[in-house]
Write a protein that binds this ligand. Structure first.
Ligand code: ADP
Length: 232
């Protein structure tokens, strides 16, 4: 589903430091992988390489059938539709309701039929438990509810891959657990889930595998449990 082949990444500034150094691993469909490591270890950069928000300086990234070396500019939106994304700060559009935040993604990709939009948006909002608040604006929701809405939006194109960058970073422990349970449920339904976090306890509870980064290198690759045996 995803492969990093000897990937190196250097940002333009500062030019003398590798943000990622010789990352080489594969991720099978249906894994729930936690990327662990302290701040600055390279977790977000790994996620950005998958969606090609950032390109490898050397090496190649394969994801959802696309290859960073051969993908054309016009194919990048199709890659991104195959990778749902969730962030620490939710990134909902402030002046749109929950429903409209999700519907907007469908309209942007050419789905204009009202009944199709209503059915698809309702389905994802039900699946993340936020349907009852579909007419609320982001500022009228708790952090956990905003993250549910953001996960719903990430699911609207039924992506095979879900990337979550510190999805519980702005939430208390209990709400964070609820969000992780939603991600774990998606994983059980077949989505390949990558979660970047510094929370090792969540990894112990939910991950099938953890990759620990330190200064841009993988320092530990642990298979924690077979698919489908999460403890939560
Ligand atoms: P993490 O997600 O683990 O906190 P990041 O992937 O954000 O780590 O960062 C990895 C390294 O790359 C850090 O040294 C960080 O300072 C650097 N970095 C990240 N983004 C940029 C950028 N846009 N420009 C320059 N350096 C960056």
């Amino acid at each position: 589903m995803i492969a990093f082949e000897h990937v190196y990444k250097k940002y333009p500034n500062p030019v003398d430091m590798w943000a990622l150094e010789d990352l080489h691993f594969g991720i099978e469909p249906g894994e729930m992988i936690f990327l662990l490591g302290e701040s600055g270890a390279g977790k977000s950069t790994v996620l950005k390489m998958i969606t090609l928000e950032e390109r490898p300086t050397h090496g190649r990234v394969l994801a959802a059938g696309f290859d960073s070396e051969s993908i054309s500019r016009s194919q990048v939106p199709y890659l991104r539709r195959r990778c749902g994304m969730v962030f620490q700060d939710f990134r909902l559009i402030k002046d749109k309701t929950v429903f409209e935040n999700v519907a907007y993604c469908l309209r942007m990709t050419g789905t204009l039929e009202r009944t199709i939009i209503t059915r698809a948006v309702s389905r994802v909002l039900h699946s993340v438990g936020i349907y009852g608040k579909r007419e609320r604006f982001p500022h009228e929701l708790s952090g956990g509810e905003q993250q549910r809405a953001a996960i719903g939006r990430a699911l609207i194109h039924e992506p095979p891959i879900l990337l979550a960058d510190e999805p519980t970073g702005n939430l208390d422990l209990e709400t964070g657990s609820e969000i992780m349970e939603i991600l774990a449920r998606l994983h059980l339904l077949g989505t390949t889930v990558l979660v970047a976090t510094h929370n090792r306890e969540f990894a112990q509870r939910f991950a099938t595998r953890s990759l620990t980064l330190h200064a841009g290198r993988v320092v530990e690759d642990l298979f924690l449990r077979p698919h489908g045996t999460e403890i939560y």
